[in-house]
Design a protein around this ligand. Sequence first.
Ligand code: UT7
Length: 344
Amino acid sequence: MVAGDDNTPGGRRRHARRVKIASLATHVPPRVMTNADLEKLVDTTDEWIRQRTGIVERHVVDPGVGTSDLIAPAAREAIAKAGLTPDDIGVIVVGTTTPDTVFPSTACLVQHKIGASRAWGFDLGAACSGFTYALTTAAELVATGSHRHALAVGADVMSSILDYQDRATCVLFGDGAGVAVVSPAAEDEPAIIDFSHEIDGSGGPALRLPAGGSLRPASHETVDQRMHYVHQDGHAVFRFAVRKTEEICRCILARNAIDADQLDLFVSHQANKRIIMSAAERLGLDAAKVVINIERYGNTTGATIPLALGDALADGRLKKGDLVLLASVGAGFTVGSVLLRWAF
Ligand code: UT7
């Protein structure tokens, strides 16, 4: 795998091992919340939500279900699909914004639930870039040779931090999980090619959960002021997401001397259909190469990219050997991209 710490051509580091995504599995809770359901909760319409976002429905958990409960079945399935057992997993990297609890980490809960007796792991906070960053982190740990198999997870229960009195945010998100097994690739196997990530902390105020952390611990006041929910400046995030999705994609393509039209599939974070399509148009990508499944799941934060990859695999659009570009922009701001050849 080639590392992304230097955005200049030729400024790249090469590890000993090539690394691939060996398998993928996803899980969403069974309960579906439609736009019509939301019309009963807030002053919104199915037409507004579809036109402005592309979302038709999303899956949401029942009370008592946490992020680790969505990850565990996907992890078991991904491990089995890779022909492995939980004992083969060396490290679990969970990209999530909605851990079951502040501590213990969701990685620890998943390790216990799936019986990955030899794994260590940790949670990684990158909001909507949770999967791209977890994938890169897991891949780097396998590439160095310190681990043979890793789990890269993107998962969120966004319904746990949504204000169902705020129509500007509650219609946007859903719950879900995706797990990739990351393993060494043989010389002749398709593999992960490159990544490029950035953060820009000046964008923090545009998308945040104001209370519940060390700065503003939970109190009657923070609850009364509805500070334990997602707060977003939608316009600022929209503008940043369109600009940076294009920019990070151009960067990673240029330094690998790949033209956008050589890509087989573009799998972007699913926050808004309009963001994805305008980034794809700016990149000159054929719409047929752009995966969009936001209509079924809404924005599941860390889970959108694995859910989109899973759907593309299921409908035959994603095949072994395909050149795939993943891209994400999220709270922080975090920006990510991973270029890979699909391995199965
Ligand atoms: O994963 C990364 C995180 N998030 C994102 O990437 C989201 C980025 N932002 C967006 O996707 C869009 O900005 C939104 C979908 C959040 C909003 O779409 P918009 O086209 O920017 O709408 P707007 O905020 O300009 O609002 C237009 C109108 C407003 O009414 P007025 O002021 O024109 O009378 C809003 O109050 O739509 C109103 N509105 C709604 N109306 C019906 C806002 N939310 C709703 C709603 N239903 N749910």
